[in-house]
Ligand binder design. Structure first.
Ligand SMILES: [Zn+2]
Length: 125
């Protein structure tokens, strides 16, 4: 029997912006990232207080660059929570419901929902 991912498990794994950022970094760069300065794939370290990772030489990268999250002002954990809600509800969720659940404006909820839907469609093409 497939075990369902509970809200509690979700919050432990993705409840803070830092945990979400690390998840994105690890998914995008599972074997380390390419350092433009060192000209090789190497280990990067989190830059304290900023959504960036840095090579030991000082070269910095953003795990969000080139993604739909690159210029978002919506907290990362809200995006992750929207994915959680959208993937765990059988009949889907409206932008209005998402607005209430995230405590954001309707415009933000709509934007999050439709950007995630577009990503899902794009990923399947
Ligand atoms: Zn480097």
């Amino acid at each position: 029997m497939e075990e369902r991912f509970s809200l509690g498990a979700f919050l432990i794994k993705f409840g803070t912006p830092d945990k979400c950022l690390k998840t994105i970094f690890d998914l995008r760069f599972p074997k380390g990232a390419f350092c433009e300065s060192c000209k090789m794939v190497t280990k990067f370290y989190r830059v304290e207080g900023r959504p960036l990772y840095a090579c030991s030489c000082g070269w910095q990268i953003s795990p969000l660059a080139g993604t739909i999250l690159e210029k978002t002002t919506t907290p990362l954990q809200y995006w992750f929570y929207a994915v959680f809600i959208m993937s765990t509800t059988r009949s889907g969720v409206s932008a209005k419901q998402l607005q209430r659940m995230l405590g954001v404006t309707y415009k933000t909820a709509w934007s999050v929902k439709y950007n995630l839907i577009l990503c899902n469609i794009t990923a399947k093409l």
